[in-house]
Design a protein around this ligand. Structure first.
Ligand SMILES: Cc1ncc(COP(=O)(O)O)c(C=O)c1O
Length: 356
């Protein structure tokens, strides 16, 4: 055995930057992580209260995953045998990457794409073929198609984080149909967009659609993600690759309660879409900003040379947004999540005070 191999391996892994979580600022107006505060506290209290009644945490959650999957099946109108769950969609992505990709499999994606996904690929030394966004933050379907031949896996977050871009349904369907390897469509923000590709999993065995309760249901703290894919993959994932008890009893019971109240979630999505429009239109009224279209619960804008000043001035007033800096030809990108009407108004007023 080689001397010091363990210390060397720790050093090598330690040199990887890893996913950078946003800073924790107490009592801030939190618009930096694409969470959903438009879901009321009452919704959360009702769910947790009912979940508590149904929980006995002395026991392992035997049969719990099956009951949760059955509730997801009703919600998505997809058969239970095509649905798997995970500790957030982060964990599902990680399991897929660690078992189906390696330094010999190329992944076609966009640049930028979901930060955690990019970091995980770095960790596993998986090479990315990354297609850049155009100046108006759109992806060119032809360039994606041209690069399809060079990759074994296609990963797209649809809508994309951090740009908010989503291909038309037709374009994404065509790209998926023509791709010969594994297609992973991450619909973390799918409910805020125009469509879902879930139904295509019925006819395309190489397609996995990943979804989560973190965004549209406002339950990021619960850590509950799920996927929809062909029967054989789903069965293998849940029996062999996934942990025996991937999510807690509280998560299972809360998930079931939340899914039973999906109507309230739909109302909050309608509000978020309206607020997204208000944020885009208001930010567009300032010459200092270039504001991109969004199909998600956040808005990306380029504040050019003043982006650091805008970010810091907002932070001083207790408003947290995400500082991204350079994306393609845009030097000063900032991303703001769509919060409650009050949160969004605070953000927009602070911007007005700064620029008005
Ligand atoms: C594109 C995308 N996929 C997945 C996730 C992670 O979701 P989850 O909370 O289910 O792990 C995020 C979270 O920001 C995301 O932006």
């Amino acid at each position: 055995m080689k001397k010091n191999w363990f210390a060397k391996e720790v050093k090598r892994l330690g040199s990887i930057e890893g996913y950078k979580k946003p800073e924790l600022v107490q009592d801030s107006v939190k618009l930096d992580s694409n969470e959903n505060y438009a879901i009321s506290r009452q919704f959360q209290n009702d769910i947790l209260g009912a979940a508590k009644k149904n929980s006995d945490i002395r026991a392992y959650p035997l049969g719990g995953a099956e009951r949760l999957i059955s509730a997801l099946s009703k919600f998505t109108q997809m058969p239970s045998y095509m649905i798997g769950i995970g500790n957030g969609s982060d964990q599902i992505l990680d399991i897929i990457l660690s078992h189906f990709a390696s330094d010999k499999t190329k992944i076609l994606t966009s640049d930028p794409s979901f930060g955690f996904f990019e970091e995980r690929c770095k960790l596993y030394n998986i090479p990315l073929v990354a297609v850049s966004f155009s100046d108006d933050m759109k992806l060119d379907i032809k360039t994606m198609q041209k690069n399809s031949k060079n990759a074994e896996i296609l990963y797209l977050d649809s809508p994309n984080n951090p740009t908010g871009f989503q291909f038309s349904k037709r374009q994404l369907e065509d790209l998926t149909k023509s791709f010969e390897g594994l297609v992973i469509i991450d619909e973390a923000y799918g409910e805020f967009g125009d469509y879902s590709l879930t139904r295509m999993t019925k006819t395309h065995d190489n397609l996995i659609v990943i979804r989560t309760l973190s965004k549209s249901f406002g339950m990021a703290g619960l850590r509950l993600g799920y996927f929809i894919a062909n029967k054989q993959f789903t069965e293998t994932f849940m029996r062999v690759l996934q942990y025996p008890y991937p999510v807690s009893t509280i998560t299972i019971e809360s998930g079931i309660q939340a899914l039973a109240r999906a109507g309230l979630v739909r109302d909050s999505i309608t509000n978020i879409r309206a607020e997204r429009k208000r944020i885009i239109e208001t930010l567009r009224s300032y010459d200092a900003f270039e504001v991109f279209d969004s199909k998600a619960n956040f808005v990306l804008f380029d504040a050019h040379g003043s982006y650091k000043r805008v970010y810091s001035a907002l932070a001083e007033q207790g408003i947290s947004i995400r500082k991204l800096g350079k994306i393609g030809s845009h030097d000063g990108c900032l991303r703001v999540s769509v919060g409650t009407k009050e949160m969004n108004s605070k953000f927009l007023l602070a911007v007005r005070d700064l620029l008005g």
